[in-house]
Design a protein around this ligand. Sequence first.
Ligand code: IMP
Length: 182
Amino acid sequence: MQNDIERILLTEEEIRDRIAELGQKLTEEYKGKNPVFIGILKGVVVFFADMIRAIPIESQIDFMCVSSYGNGTESTGIINVKKDISVDIAGRHVVILEDILDTGLTLSHTIRYLQSKKPASLKICTLLDKPARRKSEVQADYIGFTIPDLFVVGYGLDFQERYRNLPYVGILKPQAYLHSKE
Ligand code: IMP
């Protein structure tokens, strides 16, 4: 699996340090507000687990599974809510946690959907932001790292459901794409 990685973009240490910084910001912002952290599955799981532990305040968690990608590396723009939240977020302070903000299509639909449930506030925290490919107006309030237009895997992010368990964020070798298309 490691052999398919061209180079490491973000090391475990860089990710850990940045999450500690973001955690401090969110802790200050949400102390006493009992926020609901909503993770967008599946890519967020690793970031989510580290992030909520960096915010040591009273809070709740929930998850949504929204699909926008087929089996390739391009967004289809088609959104499908596969798993909904179970917490009532009306009047609550909500923070969406996301692994990567790419075209923004997934998130803009998710935001509209969650806004209809009337939260007191709704903010977005993403580990990675790829602004070069944005197709919607959506912007994150908290960003771990802004990255160039590269397809990355690891630390929860996948290519065809592989590489999620790599502890760092890496760039795939072209061979790994080509093999998968054979
Ligand atoms: P968007 O709708 O284009 O913003 O897509 C967001 C989703 O696409 C993310 O939650 C990821 O699941 C997936 N995605 C976008 N870029 C990458 C990438 O570079 N690597 C892995 N998954 C990605």
